[in-house]
Every structure is written in structure tokens, then in C-alpha cells.
Design a protein around this ligand. Structure first.
Ligand SMILES: Nc1nc2c(ncn2[C@@H]2O[C@H](COP(=O)(O)OP(=O)(O)OP(=O)(O)O)[C@@H](O)[C@H]2O)c(=O)[nH]1
Length: 655
């Protein structure tokens, strides 16, 4: 007996000793890794590279624009490999998609730049590449990036041909006066039809199809001709090193080690560490502590001079001081500011609230930090009777909103509830005042409407759709059911149609895109631009739970949709609200009249009821799952509402 105990004890001591040794090893190796990382940072910080031998004529600043998924980031990888910036390993995929959300979703959200050195016909060139997002919601990133370039590669998937965003991006670049070099990508695909795609480019953009390069960014076919084409076709930047320093700030971000980083296009003169610069916008003075290029990570240089694109770190306290579009100059040599950029216009608004009211300050800080890195989000504090204190955030579109939500949750561990997106409505009162309504709860109700309101207006967009001819009938019908006004339809080749239509923005925000995809079996592509406000007969729809209006569920809609949407909202809420210990009456009402009514019958829900016997682990699993589900619930009086109740209700069934 005693001997068994001694044996067990010695065995335990042995395992403890082993564990101690293992821990020791882990701690040592972690310390080594950390000190190595710091040593590398310190070493690279000291190594400044000299790029002063690149005058404007040996610089090319260019971007890659394309429809979503046509291969911009893959081409950027190949060019970086070709010029030795990154090594050819399978790990180096879409290296310019640096955000976690970009890697997870496989989309570019933020434009990124990278410099490369390239030798052509015995001359060395400094090539600055800007990879841009493809999705319409991030067009603001594209237009800002284009201001730092003299030309752009328009990449078109040889199997898909030109798509709606190819057209939109082409006109964006064309409008900026940039040289556009079209290239057909994915020619390695068995489904590629390069001749057909080239014809589409010729007929739509009046570009000679014989001049289009055929490449495969994935396999590398033709990629060696890309940089020579850029050098031959894109003009070098203008300006002189002898002029006073002038730079355009076109992007900015916060780095936790070095603080605010400003990405600038140097339009005139030269800048070095130690120089003092001034912001034209705020007249604040800063001392430059580091200048450099993105390689693709920041790499310090001895200077940045006319024509170059690089980063500047100065003693800026927060990114809010860095106004994208601002012009910087040297303290002793003031200059006229560059035209800058039209500020981003929020097209979609949503309420964001902490699930736990105690987390308000933490969430406030997280939202501030995240908006510093994404200046296109507008922020206003808001209080909802149902949800408490929160914010009304403005986004460029619903994908932008979703990416922001994901970043808040993943990068800042935020626990939030987000309301259904809405567009900004305009109200003209009889006394001549005009008010923008960004929160449906603030929209006037029936009596105020009758007494004080002269007219209501909603925003419209000009939408471009490209799809195979056989879907034309369905696409026309879809536009009409969404109050669309067809403007034009043309054939871009013998079987593909380009349709333009004026549509209410509110329909784009809800379900138009999903329906377009399903009705065209995924073959239609879509893009839109702002088309101003128009008069519209709008009505506020309220949702009542057990007789109590829930302001966060209110919605604004066109008069003609009240009955269909009102019924649909009530039905959808019935589907997502879990049964509770009492009946829940759901009602929708507009202009003081009840439109629809549904009841969620009471039920005592025992999630473990199906687990007969004593399988405790399974029971615990189910209970934890239920707990997890509860995290996303918000209480209204006695009724608990899940997140889906806020987001899903507006996708009405207009077909
Ligand atoms: N077969 C083939 N696939 C390619 C080629 N180029 C890119 N792809 C694939 O196409 C998909 C999209 O490529 P990306 O480079 O992410 O496209 P993107 O245009 O940067 O996408 P967004 O940034 O989301 O607009 C990826 O799965 C790539 O591997 C090519 O030349 N041939």
C-alpha cells in the first residue's frame, strides 16, 4: 500500500519537474523571440536607404483598378516578387491585404501602397504601386489613391469580361485625367475568352484592343511585360526639387509603436528627418521624425523628394489631426494648398449600442480608435429610448458597415447591437427649414406631417448593371418593382447588356443586390453613384411590442410599400423573437393605423428536455449555447430581442 503511494508520489514529482523544465524552455524561447524582434526593429530603424538618385523622370506612380476579384492583389504580389520586395513563397499571398478582415473575406478594404526598384533598358526606376479595393463601398479609397498616381492598370478578368465596377473605376480614373492601361487577367483559365473581353473593352472604352496585354497574375504568364508597359505608357510625375516643399496627404493610420503615420505624395521639393512642416488645414506645426517608403512595410529613407510617394512620421498626437486631402509645407516656405478631396459622404446610417450599458466608455474609445483609421465613417452620439446611449454611425454602404462591425468585434472585442441600416431622408417644413433625418425614430409622425411638413425627399442613385442578355426581362422587372426609372440599355457585345437605372438608395441598402444576384444566377454585376434627392411620399412605420413602440425598430418607407412591408416586418419579427413565458403581440403601425399583427405564443423552453438520462456534458453544451445566444439579446420591457430582429426586418418581399 505504502509502496504504491510512494510510487505515485514520485511519479507526480517527476511530472512536475518535467513541467517546470518545459515552462522554463517556453519562457526562454519567448524572451529570445521578443528580444530578437526588438533588435530587428532597432536595426532596421537605423538603416535608412537613399532614394535621392530617383528624380521624377525615373519614377512611376500607378495603381491597379478592377472589378471585385479580378485579381488586383494577386498581380500586386507578382510584381513585388518580380522586383524582389517579397520572396516567392506560398505564404506571401495578397501581401497588401494587411487587415484581418481583408484576409478573412478575401477582399481589399483599404488601399495599400508599395514601392519597388526596377531596372529597364539599363535605367533604374522607383515604381510606386497602389493596390485599391474593388467594391463600390470603398470607391472613396480608390479616388484618393488615384490622386497620388499618374496612371493606372485597368485589370479585367478574361473569363468574366468587363463588369459594372470595371466601368465605374474606368470613369473614375478617366475623370482624374490618368493614363489607363487595360490588361486582361486570368488568361490561364480554360473558360477565358480574351478576344471577346478585349472587344468589350474596345467598344465600351474606345481603347484599341490590339494594345491590351494578356496576362495571368496567378501563373505569371505575361507578367514580365507589366512594368515595362507602365514605364512606357504612364507619364512621370511633374514638379521640381528646387521648388518649396509641398505634399498631399492621401492616407493615414495609427501604428501602436510609432504613432500617426501619414502617407504623402510629394508634389514639389524635398523633405528630411528634422524638418519642420505645417498643415495647411490647421496651421499646426510638426517636426518630422522619420520619412520612408512602404517596402511593403515602412522602410526609412534619408529623404523623400518630388514625385515620390512615401510616409512621414511627425509628432502628431492623434490621427484626427491628419486630414486626408491636406497640403503640408515647410514652416519657412508657405505654399498654396492643393485642391484636396471632396469629403466622403455617408450613404447609410445605423445605430450602434453596447449590449451591456457598462461598456459604453470602452466602446466609445474603440469607435474613436477605429474611425481614426477609417476617416470615411461619420460618428454622432445618439440616445434611444429602447437601447440607451449609443452612436449613429454613417457609412459609405452596407459592406462598409459590415466590415466596420466585424473590425469592432474582432480588433476591439466589442459586444454590440447594430440597428437596421437607413438612408438619410430630407424633410422640408412649411416654414422653409430643411432637416436631414438619419434616425427613423426622428421622422415626423402622421399629425406633425399634416401640420408642418411641406415635402419629404429621399436619396437616389444611378445604378449600372451588366448581365447576359437572357436576364434582361427579369432585370427590367426587378428595377420597376423597386421604383426604378430605366435610363438606358446598350449591348457591350453580342450577348451582354449594360443597363442604367435611377433607383431609390433605400432599396439598395436593403435587398436589391441580393435579388439581382439570385435572379441573374450570380451573372449580373452592379455599381452605383449618387444621383441626388427627389421628392417622395414617405411614411414612418412603427413597431409595437405588447403595445409599446420600440424606437430602434422604426423604419421609413415609401407610401406604396406600407402594407406589404408592414405585414412582412411583423412576420419576420415573429420568426426571430424567441418564445417567452408570456404571449408577445407584435404590431406594425403607420400614420396612427395598425397595419399588421402577429402573436408569439408563450412557451417554457427547456433546452435540455431532449437529453434523457444523465449525459451532463451534452446538457452543459446546450446550456452554454443558450447562454451564448442570450449575449446578443436586448430586453425591451419584458421582451427579449435578438440582433436579427434589428437587421433582418427591412428586407421586404417585394419581388
Ligand atoms: N486562375 C487564375 N486565378 C486568378 C488569377 N489572378 C487572380 N486569381 C484568383 O482570383 C481570386 C481573386 O483575386 P484577388 O487578387 O484577391 O482579386 P482582387 O481584385 O484583389 O479582389 P478585391 O480586392 O476583393 O477586389 C483569387 O482566388 C486569386 O487566386 C489568374 O491570373 N488566374
Amino acid at each position: 500500500m505504502l509502496s504504491t503511494r510512494v510510487a505515485t508520489l514520485s511519479q507526480r514529482l517527476w511530472s512536475l519537474w518535467l513541467l517546470d523544465k518545459q515552462l522554463d524552455r517556453v519562457i526562454k524561447s519567448t524572451c529570445l523571440q521578443v528580444s530578437k524582434r526588438y533588435a530587428t526593429r532597432a536595426a532596421t530603424a537605423k538603416q535608412e536607404i537613399d532614394i535621392s538618385q530617383y528624380p521624377p523622370e525615373r519614377i512611376r506612380n500607378f495603381s491597379i483598378i478592377a472589378h471585385i476579384d479580378h485579381g488586383k492583389s494577386t498581380l500586386a504580389d507578382r510584381l513585388l516578387e518580380q522586383t524582389g520586395v517579397i520572396s516567392k513563397t506560398s505564404k506571401n499571398k495578397q501581401v497588401l491585404d494587411k487587415l484581418k478582415v481583408e484576409r478573412e473575406r478575401g477582399i481589399t478594404v483599404k488601399a495599400q501602397s508599395a514601392s519597388m526598384f526596377y531596372e529597364y533598358k539599363g535605367m533604374k526606376y522607383l515604381m510606386n504601386l497602389i493596390d485599391t479595393p474593388g467594391h463600390v463601398d470603398f470607391n472613396y479609397e480608390v479616388s484618393r489613391s488615384l490622386a497620388a498616381c499618374q496612371g493606372t492598370i485597368l485589370l479585367v478578368d478574361a473569363a468574366q469580361g468587363i463588369q459594372a465596377q470595371t466601368v465605374a473605376n474606368f470613369y473614375l480614373a478617366f475623370g482624374e485625367g490618368l493614363q489607363v492601361i487595360p490588361m486582361l487577367n486570368k488568361v490561364d483559365l480554360p473558360t477565358a475568352e480574351p478576344e471577346r473581353a478585349a472587344q468589350q473593352i474596345e467598344s465600351t472604352f474606345e481603347i484599341d484592343s490590339s494594345k491590351i496585354l494578356h496576362i495571368s497574375a496567378k501563373s505569371g504568364i505575361g507578367v514580365d511585360q507589366v512594368l515595362p508597359a507602365v514605364i512606357e505608357n504612364i507619364l512621370p510625375p511633374e514638379g521640381s526639387i528646387d521648388q518649396p516643399f509641398k505634399a498631399l496627404l492621401f492616407d493615414t493610420w495609427y501604428d501602436k509603436y510609432v504613432g500617426v503615420v501619414c502617407l504623402m505624395a510629394i508634389k514639389e521639393g524635398i523633405i528630411r528627418r528634422g524638418d519642420r512642416i505645417v498643415s495647411s488645414h490647421s496651421k499646426t506645426k510638426y517636426e518630422v521624425t522619420e520619412v520612408g517608403i512602404m517596402y511593403p512595410d515602412p522602410k526609412p529613407t534619408t529623404s523623400l523628394q518630388v514625385g515620390q510617394v512615401g510616409y512621414i512620421i511627425c509628432n502628431m498626437k492623434s490621427v484626427s489631426e491628419a486630414h486626408v486631402g491636406d497640403t503640408f509645407y515647410k514652416e519657412k516656405h508657405p505654399v498654396d494648398p492643393l485642391p484636396g478631396f471632396v469629403p466622403a459622404k455617408s450613404m447609410v446610417f445605423a445605430g450602434v449600442f453596447p449590449l451591456d450599458a457598462d461598456e459604453f466608455s470602452k466602446l466609445d474609445e474603440s469607435i474613436q480608435k477605429l474611425t481614426l483609421n477609417d476617416s470615411s465613417v461619420s460618428v454622432h452620439k445618439e440616445t434611444s429610448a429602447a437601447l440607451g446611449q449609443g452612436w449613429r454611425l454613417g457609412f459609405l454602404g452596407t459592406l462598409h458597415m459590415d466590415v466596420f462591425r466585424q473590425r469592432l468585434e474582432e480588433e476591439y472585442n466589442a459586444n454590440i447591437l447594430i440597428t437596421a441600416p437607413t438612408v438619410p431622408y430630407k424633410i422640408k417644413y412649411r416654414d422653409g427649414t430643411v432637416k436631414f433625418i438619419k434616425t427613423p425614430a426622428d421622422f415626423p409622425d402622421g399629425t406633425t406631417m399634416q401640420e408642418y411638413v411641406e415635402s419629404t425627399m429621399e436619396p437616389f442613385v444611378l445604378a449600372t448593371m451588366i448581365f447576359p442578355e437572357e436576364y434582361l426581362g427579369q432585370m427590367l422587372e426587378l428595377c420597376t418593382t423597386h421604383r426604378g426609372e430605366i435610363q438606358n440599355h446598350t449591348f457591350i457585345d453580342e450577348s451582354r447588356v449594360m443597363l442604367t437605372c435611377r433607383l431609390p438608395m433605400s432599396d439598395i441598402v436593403t435587398d436589391f443586390f441580393d435579388k439581382l444576384k439570385s435572379k441573374s444566377q450570380g451573372f449580373a454585376s452592379f455599381d452605383y453613384e449618387d444621383a441626388g434627392y427627389d421628392d417622395s411620399q414617405l411614411v414612418k412605420m412603427e413597431v409595437l411590442l405588447n403595445g409599446e413602440p420600440v424606437d430602434a425598430l422604426a423604419a421609413v418607407m415609401h407610401k406604396s410599400n406600407v402594407v406589404t412591408v408592414g405585414r412582412d416586418i411583423a412576420k419576420r419579427l415573429k420568426e426571430v423573437i424567441r418564445r417567452q413565458l408570456f404571449d408577445i403581440i407584435i404590431q406594425t403601425a403607420a400614420n396612427g393605423k395598425i397595419v399588421a399583427r402577429e402573436t408569439v405564443k408563450q412557451l417554457r423552453k427547456n433546452v435540455t428536455a431532449k437529453c434523457y438520462g444523465g449525459d451532463i456534458t451534452r446538457k452543459m453544451k446546450l446550456l452554454n449555447k443558450q447562454k451564448e445566444g442570450k449575449k446578443r439579446m436586448k430586453k425591451f420591457g419584458k421582451v427579449e430581442l435578438p440582433q436579427e430582429a434589428f437587421l433582418g426586418i427591412l428586407s421586404s418581399k417585394k419581388d
